[in-house]
Every structure is written in structure tokens, then in C-alpha cells.
Design a binder for this molecule. Structure first.
Ligand SMILES: *Cc1c(COP(=O)(O)O)cnc(C)c1O
Length: 231
């Protein structure tokens, strides 16, 4: 089942790349494995997946212990400052930076480990009350402030678009994020490179790729529906 799901997602990614004349190699598929058991991640790993996305610190730590060490773990969920220390040496990128204080804490922990942590700024593009992330205006200010932190590297933007039944409804938001990245790039801020747009989930990743996504985060489309009650 998982293998068929994966190859279907892969076909859709290829089609979106062809439609927008982008090389497939420009797009990274992140398999969002939150709530799923390690065995399912192993199955995806065996099918070739190396990038996994998780939204809980505890889950990253648990799965990190038991799964192969060449997995690239992406922190995609809301991150509390007091938990940064548990994942700083385990993840390859933090997609969900939405405050200066969080950026500062990641910087402190990264310095302790003598690493530079790649981060993305999470933008709440549709200004939804229920979502994390900063507004477009605040994103620019946050990036300008956080740019001087030596042990983080700001590599782009992340967004969680609204839940819609027709992916076309989100196209305008993906275009807005792309434009925001272009505008920020044009400011030529030291230590800031807008080279990653992390956008697109199961319902809308094809549209996101057409609009410039470099990383798509697909959970349900690969692993099936999540069952939160069974935990
Ligand atoms: C859960 C989650 C996803 C994946 O969602 P699906 O609709 O299952 O593909 C992507 N990004 C974030 C930030 C998530 O929390």
C-alpha cells in the first residue's frame, strides 16, 4: 500500500515538474510521518525515502533512536524554546521559526554543538487565526533581525496553506509566498538566502510545485489517514 502511494505521489511530482518545466531534482519530497509507527517509516525508507517530517520533539527523538542514521529529519511543527536542545543535533532543518526568541534559542544551541542550523521562516499566508507563523510584514522584520545570528542560516520560507477541497484555491497563496521570497532576496541581506520554499501538502502539492515549491510535505498521501485517538 505504502509503496503504491509513494509511486503515485512521485508520478504527480514528476507531472507537476514537467508542466512547469522544472527539473525533478529541484523538488524534495518530505514524507510527513507524524503519529505513524517506526515500522512504517522503515518501509518508506526501504522504498528510498530519506527526508522525513515530524512536528513533535518527542516523536523525533524516539524515532531517531531506532531508525537509520542517514535519514534527514525535518522539524515542521510548532517548536517551544525549551525543547530546541533535544533536537538540535538530530534535525537537518527547522521549518517553523516564527519568532526572534526562537531563532535566538536555536542559535544558542547550535553554537554549543558548533553547527550552523538551516532554518525557514514560517509565514501564515492566509492570516488564519488557528495557524502558527508570522504575517508577511513581520516575516521581513524577523528575517532582518535574525540575520545577524551566526549559528543559524535563514534559507527560505515555509507555509501551511488553508485546508481546501480544490487545490486551485491555494495557488494565489503559493504565488504570494514566492513573491515574498523574491522581494526578500532583492534586499541582499547578509546570511539570508531565499533558496527554499517549503509549501504544499497532500491536497495541494502539485499546485505548490507549479508555483515554485522546493520542498513539499506529504503525509496522508503516503502513509494514509492519521488516527490521533489511538495513540
Ligand atoms: C501534518 C503536516 C503536513 C502533512 O499533511 P498532509 O495533509 O497529511 O499531507 C505538512 N506540513 C505540516 C506542517 C504538517 O503539520
Amino acid at each position: 500500500m505504502l509503496k503504491e502511494n509513494l509511486s503515485k505521489v512521485e508520478q504527480n511530482i514528476l507531472a507537476a515538474c514537467e508542466k512547469s518545466t522544472r527539473p525533478r531534482s529541484e523538488v524534495t519530497l518530505i514524507a510527513v510521518s507524524k503519529t505513524k509507527p517506526a515500522e512504517m517509516l522503515q518501509e518508506a525508507y526501504d522504498a528510498g525515502v530519506r527526508d522525513f517530517g515530524e512536528n513533535k520533539v518527542q516523536e523525533i527523538c524516539d524515532k531517531y533512536e531506532v531508525l537509520p542514521s542517514d535519514i534527514r529529519w525535518h522539524m515542521i511543527g510548532h517548536l517551544q524554546r525549551n525543547k530546541v536542545k533535544y533536537i538540535i543535533d538530530k534535525v537537518c532543518m527547522i521549518h517553523s521559526v516564527d519568532s526572534y526568541r526562537l531563532a535566538e534559542e536555536i542559535n544558542i544551541q547550535a553554537k554549543k554543538h558548533r553547527i550552523v542550523m538551516p532554518v525557514l521562516i514560517e509565514v501564515n499566508i492566509a492570516d488564519e487565526q488557528t495557524k502558527f507563523g508570522v504575517s508577511k510584514e513581520d516575516a521581513i522584520q524577523l528575517i532582518e533581525e535574525a540575520a545577524h545570528l551566526d549559528n543559524i542560516s535563514i534559507q527560505g520560507l515555509m507555509t501551511v496553506a488553508p485546508y481546501v477541497t480544490d487545490a486551485e484555491e491555494n495557488r494565489k497563496y503559493f504565488q504570494e509566498i514566492k513573491q515574498l521570497a523574491v522581494d526578500i532576496q532583492a534586499k541582499n541581506i547578509d546570511n539570508v538566502a531565499m533558496r527554499v520554499l517549503s509549501m504544499g501538502m497532500t491536497g495541494d502539492y502539485a499546485v505548490a510545485i507549479e508555483e515554485g515549491a522546493d520542498m513539499v510535505r506529504v503525509g496522508t498521501g503516503i502513509f494514509g489517514e492519521r488516527n490521533y485517538s489511538r495513540k
